[in-house]
Structure formats: C-alpha cells, structure tokens
Design a binder for this molecule. Structure first.
Ligand code: ADE
Length: 228
C-alpha cells in the first residue's frame, strides 16, 4: 500500500513513523510519503490559503494550491485522478471512520489523504478533486494531521506483517470474528491482586472453554455509554 499525505506540516509525522507497526509496514515495502502544499503553490510567498468569500473568521485552503500539489505529485488532472485512486479529505463532517471503513481502505493499493488547516477546504476541492471525506469523530481539530495519522495507524496495522502477531488484528474489537462487538476483557499477571480476581476459566488451560467465555463476554459488552 502506498499512502500519500498532503499537509502543511510533514514534520508532524516523524513520531508517527517511528511507531513499531508503522515501521514494520514500511520495512515490508509499504510506503508513506508527504507532499507539502507550500512546496507547490503557484502563489507568491508560499501562500496556500485565503479569506473566505462572504466574510467570516479564519482562512480557507485554496483550490488552485491543492490542485497544483496533486498535479505535481501525480502528473495528471486531479479530476481524473480521483476516479483511479482514493483521494480522501480529512474533514469533521466526512464519513465516520469505523472498522468497516478501515477494512475497506486497507484493501486499496494506494490512498491519498488531504489534510486541511484553518477553516478547512474551499468546497470546490471537496466537490471536484477528492473522492470522499473522512472524519475521525464529530468534533473539530485544528487540522487534519492528527486525523490522517489515525487513519494511517488503523489502516497500516491491518496489513499482513505490520503487527507482531497476526492474530491481534483478526480478533479485536469490532472485527467480524467477534460479530462486530467490542473485544472481550484481558488479564495478565499477577493472578492475585488486592483481592480482584482473574476469572477462573482463564487460568484453567481449557482452550475451548476459554474461547466460549471470551465470545460470550464480547457479545455481552455493549459499546460504552457516556462517561460518568
Ligand atoms: N479535521 C478537523 N477536524 C477533523 C475531524 N474530526 N476528523 C477529520 N478531519 C478533521
């Protein structure tokens, strides 16, 4: 998989790239590349944004700047590119990222993620230069970089070889193996701690019973409600 992230802050991804599963994925031949809008702007003084028509607070990422960056990277008209490759803008109002969408994205050979800043994107970027919008939650971040990292993190860990143990990604919260339920609880040593017991069945060594117990637990778990 080849992921290109368009951003004004490529340096923000240094920590992310050092994460074990990301480094594993990269060493297996998957690629993460960054394109800085500012390096391709046709405007003077590195300008990438402008005041919104109609007035209002903040600045809007310009359509000509995003088009220039996409053209520089792919050497084709971005309007055609989006038919061939998934070009996704990170926006608070986009399709909510969930396990099904992560699976869908992990099956793509290539992804392009566009990070917005300031007040967001000129609407024509979303209407004509992208194939969709993705949101990591219904709240507003100062920019799309953290959202892009969330998408890359969730997608890359699904790729074979990215995790130390392949089973981790098969049977985890919201996976098909658990019928979309949150994952069952885990316990580790010490078996005795302040009188808080580890369920007996997990210490039994009886694999079939453990499996049955785990599936029951997963089914019984409802997604968490509001915080107390
Ligand atoms: N950009 C700003 N807020 C965002 C969010 N919640 N999800 C994705 N991209 C964003």
């Amino acid at each position: 998989m080849e992921i290109d992230v368009f951003t004004l802050f490529p340096g923000a991804f240094a920590w992310f790239e050092a994460q074990r599963h990301v480094a594993n994925a990269l060493s297996l031949g998957h690629a993460l590349a960054y394109v800085n809008y500012r390096d391709h702007t046709p405007l003077g003084a590195g300008q990438v944004d402008d005041a919104p028509f109609g007035g209002g607070a903040g600045m809007v990422l310009r359509v000509d700047v995003v088009e220039a960056a996409l053209r520089a990277r792919y050497r084709v008209d971005p309007v055609e590119l989006r038919g061939r490759r998934r070009v996704l803008a990170l926006t608070p109002g986009g399709r909510l990222l969930d396990d099904a969408l992560v699976d869908e994205l992990a099956r793509e050979p290539a992804l392009t993620l566009l990070c917005g800043r300031y007040e967001g994107f000129d609407q024509r970027i979303l209407d004509h230069l992208t194939s969709g919008e993705v949101s990591i939650g219904r709240y507003v971040l100062a920019g799309g970089e953290l959202a892009a990292m969330v998408v890359c993190d969730a997608v890359l860990r699904k790729l074979p070889g990215a995790l130390g143990d392949e089973r981790s990604a098969l049977e985890e919260s919201f996976s098909e193996a658990l019928d979309g339920a949150p994952e069952y609880p885990h316990y580790t040593r010490p078996a005795q701690y302040r009188g808080w017991p580890v369920p007996e069945v997990l210490l039994s060594g009886h694999h079939a019973r453990i499996r049955e117990w785990r599936l029951e637990q997963a089914r019984a778990r409802t997604p968490p409600g509001p915080l107390p």
